[in-house]
Design a protein around this ligand. Structure first.
Ligand code: NAP
Length: 331
């Protein structure tokens, strides 16, 4: 492997544009190719970001021997197939959230990455931002005393559209897998896997979850209350509550703008972390660094955490009695 990592993109949709802008900030990474199911779309995207290769099918891209790693930016209903396609063609993978539809799919592709000796990571970009790394340090230092509660949410009002991946069950639609994964991943990162979960969801016209409330309990009486929605605009923040004060992670939850610490003794502190680019560059840097150092997984978003997040979301969907059409075929 050379000292510059060559990247390819599968699925030049909304989020792929953000990725293509931010990768320029990572000097060890080079955007080498893009693939769309329509050649013309790939060509336009390649032109816009000066990408050398544009492919009219995902298979052609994974057959390009120059590519080291593929960023998968397709709807989550097909991440499982797309990850397998890449790993079976000797490509490392950075795959958008939600990583797969369920924990069974996640475990299968992780096993495949391990067997093939390839790097694989979920693109939960929030974990790599300087501000969230700072948050982790603050909580480890017990700035708010002993942590007892977490509240976190993410939601946006999206107009109902059956064509959109958000409402289409086959594409992995629903609030939980699209936006709810952020508060769920945050809770998993700081509190681990809940001992017990309670949850209610409102299912919409197309049969997917459009709003949900979740209450998790952990050992030692720690609790988390989370909510998510694709119907309503939510505050999009997190509050960590301890016995000496609370800490507010300011909106938007996926890329926090600051941290406010409010202590019972009246002390207040506001922290802001400088951000380069849109913030995707931090996860790109981490994946590139792991590849250059021959690591198969990242310690910030390890395989176990991805599987645990998927298991929590499987558990929530089981409470609602909701499964995706593919799951009835055991996929
Ligand atoms: N990290 C973040 O902040 C963030 C934000 C938004 C979304 N995401 C995640 O990124 C992924 C893509 O989201 P997006 O908002 O970019 O979606 P999008 O705009 O709909 O783009 C998805 C792309 O996937 C390809 N695709 C392949 N099969 C498809 C199908 N059956 N239906 C529709 N598109 C299909 C399409 O490209 P071609 O047809 O050209 O191949 C399309 O452009 C999702 O998993 C989502 O959760 C992450």
């Amino acid at each position: 492997m050379s000292d510059q990592i060559k990247w390819g993109i599968l699925g030049p949709g909304r989020i792929a544009h953000q990725f293509a802008r931010d990768i320029r900030l990572v000097k060890e990474a080079r955007l080498w190719a893009v693939a769309s199911r329509q050649k013309e779309r790939a060509r336009e995207f390649a032109q816009r970001y000066t990408i050398p290769k544009a492919y009219g099918s995902y298979r052609e891209l994974v057959e390009d021997e120059a590519i080291d790693i593929v960023y998968i930016a397709t709807p989550h209903g097909r991440h499982y197939e797309d990850i397998k396609l890449c790993l079976n063609h000797n490509k490392a993978v950075l795959c958008e959230k939600s990583f797969t539809l369920n924990a069974r799919q996640a475990q299968e592709v992780i096993n495949l990455a391990r067997t093939n000796g390839l790097f694989l990571m979920e693109a939960m970009w929030t974990r790599f931002l300087p501000i969230t790394q700072k948050l982790r340090k603050l909580l480890k230092q017990n700035v708010i005393g002993r942590l007892h509660m977490l509240s976190a949410d993410l939601g946006f009002p999206f107009p109902f559209d059956l064509q959109s991946r958000l409402f289409n069950p086959v594409l992995g639609g629903g609030a939980l897998l699209d936006v709810g994964v952020y508060p769920v991943s945050l809770s998993q990162w700081f509190l681990g896997t809940p001992r017990e979960m309670r949850s209610l969801a409102v299912m919409g016209e197309s049969g997917v979850d459009e709003q949900a409330g979740m209450v998790f309990s952990y050992a030692n009486g720690v609790m988390a209350h989370l909510f998510t929605s694709i119907r309503s605009s939510t505050p999009s923040q997190a509050v960590f509550m301890g016995d000496k004060g609370h800490l507010i992670v300011q909106a938007p939850l996926y890329r926090p703008s600051g941290i406010v610490i409010k202590l019972e003794n009246g002390r207040e502190e506001y922290l802001k972390a400088p951000l380069k680019g849109n913030g995707f560059n931090y996860e790109i840097s981490e994946a590139t660094r792991c590849l250059l150092q021959g690591q198969l997984q990242s310690s910030i978003m390890p395989w176990q955490d991805t599987t645990d997040v998927m298991k929590i979301m499987d558990g929530l969907r089981a409470l609602w009695g909701f499964s995706y059409p593919q799951e009835s075929k055991g996929i």
